[in-house]
Design a protein around this ligand. Structure first.
Ligand SMILES: C[S@@+](CC[C@H](N)C(=O)[O-])C[C@H]1O[C@@H](n2cnc3c(N)ncnc32)[C@H](O)[C@@H]1O
Length: 280
């Protein structure tokens, strides 16, 4: 299947996709609490059909594959060929025979109608060019009794894990171009009313948006720096900088994180919407 060709797909098939692969173990560690909380809310059961939207390198897909077992099935949908390939390899290594993969944009993918008991996403639903169209298409793949559970970010200042590094780097790098906060990107679903409206217009019911702050546990400064310089909003800010500016900014980020992070790697958090809804 050829990789989708939207701007978002280009982004996730390029440097960012490869960073998520090289940092997979770090990202998985850092998001431990997010994963636990969102899987708990999703409550997958043996025998269920699950769709993982924007499954990336497969962290949560693997968890679903193990829980739903041989009588269940998991479909991972993602626009990134390298990330999906990585997820496929991990599933094979884990001996999971109940997972399948679609290299596709979830906005237009031809989901098998009324198939899924559960649609889940860990940070994979904020990048749609047309969010209403995407969520309506995803809903078409859900049973009437199906449930949607995902996590997405609230605004940048509500996530000190990302905001502290950005503020530390900002004086050392060229200012970012003004951007539309609702444009596809990690904070596109941050506004509560807008997010609720998108889901309602896509046909979802019983929509609950739970404001949730989740502690982030980098093991140490080195792990936190590996994450923060390669995932989230900082890489885009550093990209426009000269080598010298980037070095100064990176040093400032390291100092800012060191001042905030406890000996156990904790103390910063991300501000999320823990979203649940039903297909009908
Ligand atoms: C922030 S990453 C999260 C990956 C994974 N869920 C995780 O938590 O490790 C976002 C993912 O969404 C995927 N993605 C972006 N736009 C998409 C779209 N329109 N359809 C399907 N997947 C998409 C990206 O390729 C990427 O894997």
């Amino acid at each position: 299947m050829p990789a989708p060709t939207s701007r978002g797909a280009e982004f996730w098939n390029g440097t960012m996709g490869h960073s998520w692969i090289s940092q997979q173990a770090v990202i998985s560690d850092v998001f431990t609490a997010v994963t636990a909380l969102s899987l708990d809310a999703a409550a997958p059961k043996p025998g269920e059909h699950v769709i993982d939207v924007g499954c990336g390198t497969g962290d949560t897909m693997l968890a679903f594959g193990k829980i739903v077992g041989p009588s269940g099935a998991v479909l991972g949908v993602d626009v990134s060929a390298p990330m999906l390939g990585y997820a496929r390899d991990r599933s094979a290594d884990a001996g999971l025979g109940n997972v399948s993969f679609a290299l596709a944009d979830a906005t237009t993918y031809g989901f098998e109608l009324r198939w899924a008991d559960l649609v889940y996403s860990r940070f994979g639903v904020m990048f749609f060019d047309d969010a209403v169209k995407a969520f309506a298409n995803i809903r078409s793949g859900m049973k009437e009794s199906g449930r949607l559970v995902f996590v997405c970010f609230r605004t940048l200042p509500e996530s000190p894990w990302f905001h502290v590094p950005i503020e530390a780097a900002r004086p050392h790098v060229p200012p970012p171009l003004p951007a539309d906060p609702t444009a596809p990107g990690m904070f596109s679903l941050a506004q509560k009313d807008r997010l609720h409206g998108i889901l309602a217009e896509a046909g979802f019911r019983k929509i609950v948006l739970k404001e949730t702050d989740v502690p982030i546990h980098g093991k140490d400064i080195a792990q936190s720096m590996a994450f923060i310089t390669q995932a989230g909003p900082l890489p885009a800010l550093l990209e426009k900088a000269s080598d010298e500016q980037r070095e100064r900014a990176t040093e400032a980020v390291r100092n800012a994180l060191a001042a905030k992070i406890g000996a156990d790697g904790s103390s910063l958090h991300v501000g999320l919407w823990l979203v649940s809804a039903s297909a009908s």
